[in-house]
Design a protein around this ligand. Structure first.
Ligand code: PHE
Ligand code: ZN
Length: 887
């Protein structure tokens, strides 16, 4: 390997040359594809007259280069494995024509142009365009594109690219062609080409200004019936973006293509989104409620990128969160508006805690805008995406929905058609709201989850209530010292009857701030905490309140408050902020789990606090709470979340404790769980709407609790549910419930399920994932066996994520104390790296937190990392993660 080069944000320079138009031509052959690229080049702002033009390129065979129509002599350019450099380009505007040959059928990396099940597909973000042709492959080079595709008409009846279809026709030799033109300037990472045998579901949408847009979802013919939910989701997304942000679609055609082999979830190429199958294809029989929700969210996400990402794009890859954080925030809001806001918020915060917090506390910790990278692919992370979305959400929390909208409007007004930075977004938000947010930009440059401590005091004589805050941002790699951050803390004060107190005035820094809004009482206020320490004093507080802190999870921090257990039970029962009701239960559950983990480690007998059982019983019995909320509220924090809070993570103890609590709750709440499991059955036809989803969620959560007891009557119930299920949500939930207990029943059910569904690769992926996460000792051997199962394919990322990714997420087998799980992953990573470095890199990340475990496990995991890093021909992707993990 050449020594991998680290790239730094601080080294950013504008491009020396601009590309105004790019005309591409693809001749799709059976073995090789010929790509001709004609570029109108002009000098960039800062170009010296004769600076060399450096183009990126990888795995390309150069056939010819012409400048202004004349073949360039070989002493006028240099080629190395990563670049083509034109040494002395002409001054002023000139035309460049480059012809390259590429081999899509050999491309298993799934970036650039590749073949999958006979069809051609591209993936260019982040730096895949350079595998198609030599180019200035960077997002601040924006050009207008045309794309002419030529290929065999029988093999590739459908030829698609970005923009509008200008011309098409037949050619000699059984070939045909299509010419596409995209009227919008774009960076090359948004370029796409698809060619092959597809059929489409067609729909249409009339925009707010009355334009009719044709919508097409392309899949192999047999999957067409499974695209109706995706089409529904797309139309809802288009409508929502108009209603909420005034953003209208800007072309007359919008295409979505489904591909089984894709590294990521989906890609927002201009007017030609590409999706991995599981995020489009759904039928009640084959997809779960979770799948339906994911499809809605991701179809929305990619569609929303048309404005946040495509019309306004990123200046450089360090700014990725500018488009991703914002677009995740937008898809979260979209899903909230179409479903249940609190439940969506709970799911998003759980995801943040389970995946992002650990990343932010480990060797790969990086700010939402990283300072450097070796491979950009490694920075498509939960930090850039999900923490990035939290940072965007803070603007909305501070400015309100209308202030946020004003900021968005100004952002588009200023930057439409440009490639910009995170500061540009920040400035638009602040300027539109005449606001200053001291220390807010720290969110973009400091890594690590801040911890905020709060202590409260009530003074009856002065009727004041004080909240004293202090914050600590932990050291992270390369950032030993941190500055204070701007942290919005949404607060309400709950009186002894459980009602919110009206908030009138608050002092901070000795300054009086009235809270009321036109004399209307306010029940939640957003404190702007932006120093190391600060005290806020509420006036006119007639009795000691219980503070409800960080309502709606108003900032991505760890909160450490002095609320007592009884305060928390009180909030669990009473808080008007439903999110914080859930949160109170979670705080209690986390405390409980941590103390039981300590008991377990000291070999004490485990016992469940009866108050906890009572608290959950009350929630379970509630007739007024949303059913999906109840399902979430009775679900314990994940094992990863608890391990993340321990000084030395102990997967065995955490697993044992979580299992213990589950079984104990199940037996103590058995009657209530049975009642909820049976009364929420339904014989109605499947529908994906909140009421039905919520009912199934509650029923299936209760079923999982009950089945964990492993008693004949509940096993019988789960089996009955499994056999009588009429949709995948119920069928899979029953299977998963049964799979908790080793034995014949489970083995039979798993086999039965496979035989039922072996014809459907998406369902088979679920089956892989379920088995990968089974917590039986020795499951490593089972998973290893599945690698050679006829349905498994190492070249298909979705299957790798299901089986290998699933396995890495299961504490018992992956962290098996004999090191067998680590050894297995080590072998798989090396094998995968030869096929697909991006996917291998995601898998190797499971090792990155090795220092969190006991010494035995540390040594075993470290040995695997060292083995990996010394392997020959390792990709930069895997090298970066492995070396940073060892550093
Ligand atoms: N930009 C895509 C998204 O979030 C993700 C992606 C990144 C897809 C890189 C492919 C490659 O919507
Ligand atoms: Zn995105």
């Amino acid at each position: 390997m050449d020594f991998p080069k680290e790239i730094f944000l601080k080294d950013y320079k504008k491009p020396d040359y601009l590309f105004d138009t790019v005309d591409l031509e693809f001749q799709l052959g059976s073995d090789e594809t010929i790509v001709t690229s004609k570029i109108a080049v002009s000098p960039g702002n800062e170009a010296g007259t004769s600076s060399p033009l450096v183009l990126h390129g990888r795995d390309l065979k150069l056939l010819s280069i012409k400048v202004n129509g004349t073949e360039l002599k070989s002493d006028k350019y240099t080629v190395d494995p990563r670049h083509l450099t034109i040494l002395t380009p002409p001054a002023g505007v000139f035309n460049l024509e480059i012809v390259t040959e590429i081999y899509p059928q050999l491309n298993t990396s799934l970036e650039g142009l590749y073949r999958t099940t006979g069809n051609f597909c591209t993936q260019c973000e982040a730096e895949g365009f350079r595998k198609i042709t030599y180019f200035q492959d960077r997002p601040d080079v924006m050009a207008k594109y045309t794309c002419r595709i030529e290929g065999d008409k029988t093999l590739y009846p459908v030829l698609l690219s970005n923009g509008n279809l200008i011309k098409q026709g037949d050619l000699e030799g059984g070939k045909h062609y299509a010419l596409w033109e995209d009227p919008f300037k774009k960076p090359c990472y948004l370029f796409a080409l698809v060619a092959g045998q597809y059929e489409c579901r067609e729909g249409s949408f009339v925009t707010c200004s009355g334009r009719k847009v044709t919508l097409r979802i392309w899949t192999p013919a047999e999957d067409l019936p499974k695209t109706s939910h995706a089409m529904y989701s797309l139309k809802e997304a288009m409508k929502w973006d108009e209603e909420v942000f005034g953003l209208e679609y800007d072309l007359d055609l919008f295409n979505i293509v489904v591909t089984p082999d894709f590294n990521m979830g989906a890609m927002e190429n201009k007017s030609l989104n590409v999706f991995q199958s599981r995020l489009v294809l759904a039928s009640p029989e084959t997809a779960t409620d979770g799948d339906y929700a994911a499809i809605l969210g991701v179809i929305g996400h990619e569609y929303f990128h048309n404005w946040t990402g495509n019309r306004v794009t990123c200046r450089d890859w360090f700014q990725l969160t500018l488009k991703e954080g914002l677009t995740v925030f937008r898809d979260q809001e979209f899903s909230s508006d179409l479903g249940c806001r609190t439940v969506k918020r709970i799911a998003d915060v759980s995801k943040l805690r389970s995946y992002q917090f650990p990343q932010d506390a480990g060797p790969m910790a990086h700010p939402i805008r990283p300072h450097s990278y070796i491979k950009m692919d490694n920075f498509y992370t939960v930090t850039v995406y999900e923490k990035g979305a939290e940072v965007v959400r803070m603007y909305k929390t501070l400015f309100g929905a209308s202030g946020f909208r004003k900021g968005m409007d100004l952002y588009f007004q200023r930057h439409d058609g440009q490639a910009v930075t995170c500061e540009d977004f920040y400035s638009a938000m602040c300027d539109a709201n005449n606001a200053q947010l001291p220390n807010f930009l720290q969110w973009y440059s400091q890594a690590g989850t801040p911890t905020v401590k709060v202590t409260s005091a009530y003074d009856a004589s002065s009727q004041t209530f004080s909240l004293k805050f202090s914050q600590e941002v932990p050291p992270t790699p390369g950032q030993p010292m941190k500055e204070p951050m701007f942290i919005p803390v949404a607060v309400g004060l709950v009186d002894s009857t459980g009602k919110d107190m009206p908030l009138t005035s608050i002092y901070s820094d000795g300054i009086l701030r009235t809270v009321s809004n036109d004399g209307q009482p306010i029940f939640t206020t957003v404190l702007q905490f932006n120093k190391k320490e600060e005290e806020f004093i509420f006036n006119n507080v007639p009795e000691r309140p219980v503070p409800s802190l960080l309502r709606g999870y108003s900032a991505p921090i760890r909160l450490d408050s002095d609320l007592t257990e009884s305060d928390l039970y009180f909030l669990l029962a009473n808080d008007s902020d439903e999110f914080n009701r859930w949160e109170a239960g979670q705080v209690l559950a986390r405390k409980l789990m941590l103390s039981l983990v300590a008991d377990f480690q000291q070999q004490k007998t485990l016992a469940l606090n009866p108050k906890f059982v009572d608290g959950l019983r009350a929630i379970l019995r509630s007739t007024s709470l949303d059913k999906e909320f109840i399902a979430k509220a009775i679900t314990l924090p994940g094992q990863g979340e608890i391990m993340d809070m321990m000084a030395v993570a102990d997967p065995d103890a955490v697993h044992a404790v979580r299992t213990f609590i589950k079984k104990e709750l199940a037996s103590q709440l058995k009657d209530d769980l049975l009642a909820a499991a049976t009364s929420n059955r339904s014989s109605e036809a499947y529908a994906f709407n909140h009421d039905n989803v919520a009912r199934r969620a509650l029923k299936n959560t209760c079923l999982a609790y009950l089945t964990s007891m492993n008693e004949p009557d509940v096993t019988e119930l789960a089996l009955k549910e499994y056999n009588s299920a009429t949709n995948m949500t119920d069928q899979f939930a029953a299977l998963a419930a049964l799979s908790q207990n080793p034995g014949q029943v489970r083995d039979d059910a798993l086999l039965d399920f496979y035989n039922k569904w072996k014809h459907d690769y998406l369902v088979v992926s679920k089956w892989f994932a379920l088995q990968a996460t089974l917590d039986i000792p020795g499951n490593v051997a089972n998973v290893r066996k599945l690698l050679s199962h006829p349905a498994f394919d190492m070249r298909n990322p979705n299957k790798v994520y299901s089986l290998i990714g699933g396995f890495c997420g299961s504490p018992v087998s992956f962290h098996a104390k004999d090191g067998s799980g680590y050894k297995f992953l080590g072998e798989v990573v090396l094998q995968l790296d030869k096929i697909n470095p991006q996917v291998a890199s995601r898998m190797v990340s499971a090792f990155s937190r090795w220092r969190r475990y006991d010494e035995t496990r540390q040594a075993l995991a470290k040995a695997q990392l060292e083995m990996i890093i010394s392997a020959n021909g390792l990709s930069e992707n895997v090298y970066e993660i492995a070396s940073k993990s060892l550093a």
